[in-house]
Design a protein around this ligand. Structure first.
Ligand code: ADP
Length: 367
């Protein structure tokens, strides 16, 4: 009889211990998950006292869990927006959502959501989770800014083409000279339109993550690349009586996608010609760097003020919007050069002194 009771007690004890072990291991797993996640999670009681916080919450809100435990949230975190959301949650069965902006060196945006924390027999507290959405918001605004810029760029040539073609269709133009002039305007705008579209497609290709892997590369002589670019731009230079001087004491072989390398250099030389005064000289210099070729294009044009330099490689960024556009620029040329350099594992640097010209160096890898 006693044996039976002892046996039963022992079995109960064993199953109790197993249950305890299972719970302990589940708790450990939950703790690991909370420590590993980049989502900031903290739990508050019904008086807004901190019960616990994970490392992501400590980092985001700037406190240490051990020192903060048991203290009021508003005492530990100076973030009135967060307090408002928590107060709303506590008055609403523990549920509330919102967005917060944190003033940091670089501003940070977080999506906040509160869920009830049920503790039996006591008024419920809240579990707050904060997800850093800064990158997502930045990408969203970049995407809409890009769409707005593209539409804006396309609108001018489309409006021009539409206007002149409508005039030609509706009233007809008797005077052959006048008609020729209209058609030339239409042609110029069509060329501009296709230039913008080409540039956008090139940028889209360069930004594809796979492009870096699928890009075909070959060993090409820099002399061939410079010769091709100079030949292509000779007429443009001649039209302004600008001289293209090439200084390439030794032929260097680069390991690149040839047509992209030519396009990058062509963008730089064409900018140098475009912004040079008439009768000026544009210097193109090829030198051997550390396992790379450094191609420098230098002009004596108006240069770029230093305040513009940090943004000069951004898409559609122009120093003088009106002037650059009348000169046929898309504002995408330098962005494309930068992407071409990056996709090859190279880089581009621009230095300038206002009134003294620009100097752009493109670094492309050797084999
Ligand atoms: P764009 O097609 O308008 O020339 P880019 O991306 O090539 O566009 O250049 C961006 C802006 O940088 C230009 O609008 C112009 O204001 C400035 N810029 C580029 N190259 C030069 C240069 N060589 N001299 C002076 N300004 C330049």
């Amino acid at each position: 009889m006693m044996d039976g009771v002892a046996d039963l007690a022992l079995r109960r004890l064993r199953s109790e211990r197993e249950r305890h072990d299972r719970l302990a291991s589940q708790l450990e797993e939950i703790d690991r998950v909370l420590r590993a996640t980049s989502i900031a999670v903290l739990a508050l009681d019904h008086l807004q006292r901190i019960i616990s916080a994970n490392p992501a919450a400590e980092r985001l809100l700037g406190f240490e869990e051990d020192a903060a435990r048991g203290r009021l949230l508003q005492e530990v975190v100076r973030q009135p927006g967060l307090n408002r959301i928590v107060t709303t949650a506590l008055g609403n069965d523990g549920r509330a959502q919102g967005e917060l902006q944190f003033e940091r060196d670089s501003p940070l945006e977080a999506q906040v959501s509160c869920e009830p924390l049920h503790t039996e027999g006591r008024p419920p507290g809240v579990v707050i989770s904060l997800v850093d959405v800064t990158r997502m918001r930045r990408l969203e605004s970049m995407r809409s800014e890009f769409a707005a810029n593209v539409s804006h760029e396309l609108r001018t040539p489309i409006t021009n083409i539409k206007g002149y073609v409508e005039t030609l269709l509706q009233v007809g133009i008797e005077d052959p000279q006048q008609r020729q002039k209209f058609l030339e305007i239409v042609h110029r705008n069509t060329v501009r339109l296709s230039g913008i579209v080409e540039d956008i497609l090139t940028l889209a290709f360069l930004e594809e993550p796979e492009s870096r892997h699928t890009l075909t590369r070959e060993s090409v002589s820099m002399n061939k690349i410079t010769a091709q670019v100079i030949e292509d731009l000779e007429l443009t230079a001649q039209a302004k009586n600008v001289r293209l001087d090439l200084l390439a004491p030794q032929d260097i072989h680069v390991f690149v996608n040839r047509s992209l390398a030519e396009q990058a250099l062509a963008n730089l030389v064409s900018n140098a010609i475009k912004y040079s005064p008439a009768d000026a000289r544009v210097k193109i210099e090829v030198a051997l760097g550390e396992r790379c070729a450094r191609i420098t294009v230098e002009d004596t044009g108006p240069g770029i003020a230093s305040k513009h330099l940090p943004r000069i490689f951004e898409r559609f960024y122009r120093v003088d919007k009106a002037r650059a556009r009348t000169q046929g620029g898309t504002g995408l040329g330098l962005a494309i050069v930068k992407h071409i350099a990056t996709i090859h594992g190279g880089r581009v640097e621009l230095t300038s002194e206002l009134g003294r010209g620009c100097r752009v160096s493109l670094y492309l890898p050797c084999e």
